[in-house]
Design a protein. Sequence first.
Length: 260
Amino acid sequence: MTDFLLRAVVAGLLLALVAGPLGCFIVWRRMAYFGDTLSHSALLGIALGLLLNLNMQLTVIFICCLVALLLVLMETRKSLATDTLLGILAHSSLAVGLVLLSFTKTQIDLQAYLFGDLLTVTNGELLWLLGGCALVMVVLLSNWNALLSFTVQPELAQVEGLNVARLRVLLMLIIAVVVAVAMKIVGVLLITSLLIIPAATARLFARSPEQMAFGASLSGCMAVAGGLTASWFWDTPTGPSIVVVAAVLFAVSALLKGRQ
């Protein structure tokens, strides 16, 4: 197996393993549009990295986390509905990012960032992904019961003495980190799909939250394997191919569930 294909396989499977359980929380809390907002803001991080000559991965993580914290702050004031706030943040950050890109002299392949190119992942990007995924997985596993209680019954979690505000911030931050480190793999426009579709597929058959998390990771790994295979043999774009395979898995699972 060639080096670039091996890096692609490792990076894709790493992302799928982490995106599975994290995507479950997104589905349970109906935060799909929040993922879109973070993915749009990632483009602003790219623009800032190029404009200020900084490490692009760091600027993307910083911007995604900043947008997550800004949303938490805006939600506490309750002046506007959450979906309205998400719409404002998503389109504003995307527009600002595109404007800033026009001031940079560096030529970049914008399509690779929008739609991802898993086969071009470098050793450095793989290390960033490994570090980010390891951090998110440790935080997720150590706070699993608290996050699950907060997600299912936030009022009861507060009565039990859990710090609901801290858990909300923690969940949004780890989602932000995953979106940031996965940007180069499936692209800023498709990362939300990889978070949501495998989790939705697993939800059809799961009988417990843990089963759903495991099933989402498994479905994501199958989507990555199928997408890479299609890209290798038919020269299709890698990121969209992964999402298409994930969508096919969901459709087949839905049909099987319907027959049962």
